[in-house]
Design a protein around this ligand. Structure first.
Ligand SMILES: *[C@@H]1O[C@H](CO)[C@@H](O)[C@H](O)[C@H]1NC(C)=O
Ligand SMILES: *[C@@H]1O[C@H](CO)[C@@H](O)[C@H](O)[C@H]1NC(C)=O
Length: 306
């Protein structure tokens, strides 16, 4: 089983190591067996540096679509965003990103994809990025939103079933539990918040700012109440769509998560996790964003059929 843990301290630059290496090289040359060895080492070191900056730096894939990870972890130091945190029992014990491919059952992800498809079939944004929020009923239509529950009632359409809500809640609970465990939070102090929604993206030209998902942002700033953000992907990168990878913007590199059906990716919502979604190049990309807060006054309850 693929289990992977990366613990990086991107803000603590590798100064100490560099000086250690310099010392080692100095002592070698002062012992003076051969200037050739020293030159060789220097060339190797320079070569490694060049390689690192040219090839390893700009775009690193954190988890590929072809990977199957039970649990892939990438730690980053928490930003200062949490220093004033009012909810100590919900504050992350550590910050970072986690990807899990076995948390949600494949058939549940497939089921939710069908819920998304039937919901979006009723409407959709004219600009390529549509959302369906089962909590509020908001469904993108052209340049605005309609209430899917009102529409279903008015047209007497029997679309969303009890089972749809049951599966949705089950999956939400699984993600909630995983976030609490990974970030050392008491589950009872971590609440679902809004917006929590299905999304569908295609490559149609954007019409409003809501369609422009590719700008780098911080969820805690964009949405205020967010402490932990999660995504359940309902489509496969390269198979169902192209572009549309999820990108964490770090100071030294962009680290991407390639979506695939059933993959859950979650992270602390502060400025340690600046991110964007690449512009779609082809196909249709479905996902669910599930957001959590520490603030009980921002909690929302599970959606119910009405
Ligand atoms: C990360 O991606 C953004 C947007 O494409 C780009 O502007 C930036 O240069 C990239 N950063 C690195 C280190 O490659
Ligand atoms: C993208 O989705 C919109 C609805 O959101 C639809 O009108 C449009 O035809 C779709 N475009 C493509 C290229 O699939």
């Amino acid at each position: 089983m693929a289990e992977r843990t990366v613990r990086k301290r991107p803000h603590a630059k590798s100064k100490p190591q560099e000086s250690k290496r310099a010392e080692a090289e100095n002592s070698k040359s002062s012992r003076g067996p051969s200037a050739g060895v020293f030159l060789l080492l220097l060339t190797l070191a320079a070569g490694l540096c060049c390689y690192y900056f040219l090839f390893a730096t700009p775009d690193t894939v954190f988890v590929r679509v072809s990977d199957h990870v039970q649990r892939a972890v990438y730690d980053v130091p928490c930003s200062k965003d949490y220093s004033q945190e009012e909810f100590p029992e919900c504050k992350p014990k550590r910050c970072g990103r986690v990807v899990m491919d076995d948390l949600v059952r494949r058939e549940d992800a497939e089921y939710l994809l069908r819920v998304a498809e039937k919901g979006f079939a009723l409407a959709g944004s004219s600009g390529g990025a549509s959302i369906l929020d089962l909590h509020t009923g908001a469904l993108s239509k052209d340049n605005a939103f309609i209430d899917i529950y009102r529409l279903l009632k008015a047209e007497n359409i029997d679309l969303l079933t009890e089972k749809d809500f049951t599966i949705y809640k089950k999956v939400k609970d699984q993600i909630h539990g995983a976030i609490a465990t990974e970030f050392g939070v008491s589950p009872g102090k971590l609440y679902l918040t809004k917006p929590t929604f299905f999304s569908r993206m295609n490559m149609t030209t954007p019409k409003t700012i809501h369609d422009e998902y590719w700008h780098a942002h911080v969820d805690k700033e964009t949405y205020g109440s967010f402490h932990y953000t999660s995504l359940l992907y309902l489509a496969n990168y390269k198979q169902d769509f192209d572009g549309g990878r999820f990108v964490f913007v770090d100071y030294d590199a962009n680290r991407t998560v390639e979506p695939k059906l059933g993959r859950v990716s979650f992270f602390t919502s502060g400025s340690e996790n600046v991110h964007f979604v690449e512009r779609l190049k082809d196909g249709v990309r479905y996902a669910i964003t599930v957001s959590f807060t520490c603030d009980p006054s921002k909690a929302i309850s599970d959606p119910v059929s009405r």
